[in-house]
Design a protein around this ligand. Structure first.
Ligand code: ZN
Length: 383
């Protein structure tokens, strides 16, 4: 039984429900915080639990280089290694390798690249990326794709999309052959259905739709990926430098081609406004480094807009960062104190800023879920 989506309410194109995984249920639409190296920078797992995080994302490329998949596998997989019992998703490494630019070479077989850490040579293929992800043991793993650069001419985008489709099939073949090698021992369990034999728990491999900014190639990519058959589908290849309006057009046109009964995952997108809009458009899962990365640079998202806490204007502001926010940071600390911590380069600044921004993103999604459930069955359009 793969990861599956239980849709409980819908409003227009949006749907709210639960993603059922071997490591618990996830309320959707969901924002997944990014824990690149099996750690959401600055925030411990107990605080993530308190914030209501039900699924985290970790990066295969980074974990493959450090500490290495063998270490994680011997430690029982990511869940045990990082002491996180809830769901995890790993990306395939494709996007990170794509970002290496001068350090990579793509062929039919896979991607040769040099580590950004020490310049050592490595090779990721669809089979290798899948093997690594099985060893890491996340609940949801991703097909190894080529993220097409932007801008690119149509011939290049087509060739890249077709390569991704061939790689998706190789990923699936490898996954089906080796999926029982996931290093879980008793921790990952599908809910037992009474009267039926327990189902051995395995991961779920999601396919990724590419096709650049071309609606027709996106449609073709979706059709080919669906033909191969996955328990969930992602929209990849966005946020690669294109204008925001174009991102939105591509997402909306691609969503129309994805099966309505499977989870839809939009990779690496958005501001709070954007993730709310995408969730209202029918996206179930999203991730983005923005809330955590911006927090470390003193950029905070609030109900009154963005706040750059480093500014001198906050030096003697004893108000809460966001008076409308009920997070542990806004309940306790003043803007003046947060500004002081940031200016003094205190570690606590990064911790508190990240906690608030994550809370803001998670609350944004809670609000969207309530909006969907409040309008269930009305077919009302997103406002
Ligand atoms: Zn707050």
């Amino acid at each position: 039984m793969p990861v599956h989506l239980q849709i409980e309410a819908s409003r227009g194109s949006a749907r709210a429900g639960k993603l059922i995984t071997p490591h618990g249920e996830v309320e959707t639409p969901v924002f997944m915080p990014v824990g690149t190296l099996a750690s959401v920078k600055g925030v411990s797992q107990d605080v993530l639990e308190e914030l209501g995080v039900e699924i985290l994302l970790a990066n295969t490329y980074h974990l493959y280089l450090r500490p290495g998949v063998e270490t994680v596998r011997r430690m029982g997989g990511l869940h045990r290694f990082m002491a996180w019992d809830r769901a995890i998703l790993t990306d395939s490494g494709g996007f990170q390798v794509f970002s290496l630019n001068d350090l990579r070479k793509v062929s039919e077989e896979g991607v040769a690249f040099r580590s950004h850490l020490d310049g050592s040579s490595h090779f990721l293929s669809p089979e290798k990326a899948t093997e690594v992800q099985i060893g890491l043991g996340a609940d949801i793993i991703m097909a190894f794709d080529e993220c097409t650069e932007y801008p690119a001419d149509r011939g290049r985008v087509r060739a890249s999309m077709e390569l991704t489709a061939r790689w998706a099939e190789r990923c699936k073949n490898y996954f089906e052959a080796y999926k029982y090698e996931v290093p879980w021992e008793g921790s990952g369990q599908w809910p037992v259905v009474s009267g039926q034999d327990p189902v051995p728990s395995t991961q779920s491999l999601f396919g990724i739709v590419q096709g650049g900014m071309d609606a027709e190639l996106r449609r073709e990519s979706a059709a080919r990926t669906i033909d191969i058959g996955f328990p969930g589908y992602a929209i990849g290849g966005l946020s690669v430098g294109e204008p925001r309006e174009l991102t939105r057009d591509v997402v909306l046109s691609t969503l129309e081609h994805l099966p309505s009964d499977k989870p839809r995952y939009l990779m690496g997108v958005g501001t709070p406004e954007e993730i709310a809009q995408y969730a209202q458009s029918g996206v179930d899962m999203m991730d983005c480094v923005l809330p955590t990365r911006a927090a470390r640079h003193g950029l905070l998202f609030t109900s009154q807009g963005k706040v750059s806490i480093k500014q001198a204007r906050y030096a003697q502001d004893d108000g809460a960062l966001d008076p409308a926010c009920d997070c542990r940071v806004c309940q306790r600390y003043s803007r003046a104190y947060l500004r002081h911590l940031y200016a003094a380069n205190e570690l606590l600044a990064q911790v508190l800023n990240t906690v608030h921004n994550l809370h803001f993103y998670l609350t944004t999604m809670r609000t969207v879920r309530a909006w969907i459930r409040a309008g269930d069955g009305t077919g009302a359009e997103a406002t």
